[in-house]
Design a protein around this ligand. Structure first.
Ligand code: GLA
Length: 406
């Protein structure tokens, strides 16, 4: 479905739910544009579990979106209707508290709380939301919603906020309100995405470069295992703690206070310390260091347009995530193993936190049909589930869109 059609649907819904029969409001909205926000999901080409280790990754926004339409209501209350979840919620701006029963509303509440905390003037509004971003597939529907809401209030209330602050506020909402201790990657990609480019990002200082990635004869194919990620948050935090422990241990052994993150540790140094460390911790650190190296190589290959070599790096990244970082699952491994046997597949690996979710793969455009047939059949036979295939391209970051004709 066309993007403008989603917004057409949302506009009708907005009028139906919030305006119809209210003469005064109808007049206001005839004169004013509703605020329409288009907020993408994200992919990570390579560089997994590096963001909270001040490392590197190559990521960007994709052409699957959350759509938001709304306007101010001149009160102190916020009312949101989610079309794709068929659920609605209302709350007061001076009483924003965590909702244990309706998880999705917390992303919105958390963002508003951040803006208020930073002194931005926000009053009530009504909003309708729709999406064609699969939830729980590891393509960051949560960051997409957070940044979408952030952009919505920035536009509606004319707030002076720069892109970097939008990333920080949205990330803080997820860390401090929703309670998921994620790094900066998801919100950054959603804010900074650019059509036809990927973002080479250094998490040490959030410095970045856009690198052109011509998908001409090739495609990015996401394969969603549809695997529940119940333990994801706790295991994710467990990995973060292991990394923190490793930093403390290494800086203590080598008596170097300049080692502030695992990205400050070289592979040589790690091997020298091998017998002074727990074997599991050693592997965790090895993943982070080698993954950073793979990102650097991937950047080089991207600039040369060497897709075969980038594909190989994806397979290597998966191996490292599987054996060293241990965030893979049987289904993710099966997908990557089977993909590696098929003609037209350059490479693939689990994407995002792991423990379920999706595989990202780089494939030849002309082979997409046969790849999805083969993998779809095999996966169904083995696990009794049909995986979801999502073909995507690179998109601009979250933005306001205006339509003359809807
Ligand atoms: C999740 C988090 C990100 C990042 C990835 C792993 O997607 O939200 O911040 O840590 O896992 O690379």
């Amino acid at each position: 479905m066309e993007i403008s059609n989603y917004f057409k649907g949302l506009k009708n819904l907005f009028f139906e739910r919030f305006i119809e029969g209210n003469r005064e409001e109808e007049n206001i909205f005839e004169k004013k544009d509703l605020v329409n926000i288009l907020s993408p999901g994200r992919i990570n080409i390579i560089g997994e579990h590096t963001d909270y280790n001040s490392g590197l990754s190559i990521n960007t926004a994709i052409n699957k979106y959350i759509f938001i339409t709304g306007y101010g209501n001149k009160t102190n209350s916020v009312e949101v209707f989610s079309k794709h979840l068929n659920d609605s919620k209302k709350f007061l701006l001076d009483d924003i508290s965590f909702d244990k029963n309706t998880y999705w509303i917390n992303y919105i509440k958390g963002v508003l709380k951040e803006y208020i905390k930073h002194g931005h003037k926000i009053s009530g509004f009504n909003m309708v939301v729709d999406s064609n971003l699969p939830i729980g597939a590891g393509i960051s529907s949560s960051a997409s919603l957070e940044v979408g809401v952030a952009k919505f209030v920035e536009e509606l209330f004319n707030l002076k906020v720069n892109k970097r602050e939008t990333v920080e506020y949205s990330n803080s909402a997820e860390n401090n309100f929703v309670g998921v201790n994620c790094g900066f990657m998801d919100q950054f990609a959603v804010v900074y995405g650019k059509e036809n480019y990927v973002i080479y990002l250094n998490f040490k200082d959030l410095s970045y470069e856009y690198i052109p990635f011509d998908l001409d004869g090739n495609r990015i194919l996401i394969i969603n295992t549809k695997e529940e990620r119940n333990l994801a948050d706790t295991k994710y935090n467990e990995r973060r703690n292991e990394c923190n422990d490793a930093v403390k241990l290494i800086s203590r052994i080598v008596k170097n206070k300049n080692i502030k993150s695992l990205s400050d540790v070289s592979l040589d140094l790690l091997y020298k310390l091998e017998n002074k460390m727990d074997e599991k911790l050693f592997r965790r650190v090895k993943h982070v260091i080698t993954e950073n190296k793979r990102v650097l190589l991937a950047k080089e290959y991207l600039l040369k347009g060497d897709i075969e070599k980038i594909g190989q790096l994806l397979f290597e990244s998966h191996k490292s995530l599987r054996y060293d970082y241990e965030v893979s699952t049987e289904k993710l491994d099966y997908l990557v193993d089977e993909m590696s046997k098929i003609k037209g597949v350059y490479g693939g690996r689990l994407m995002g936190a792991g423990f379920g979710g999706s595989v990202i793969s780089l494939v030849k455009k002309g082979e997409v049909g046969s790849i999805t047939d083969i993998i779809g059949d095999k996966f169904l036979k083995k696990f009794n589930v049909s995986p979801e295939f999502i073909e995507c391209s690179f998109s601009d970051g979250t933005r306001r869109v205006k339509f003359k004709d809807i």
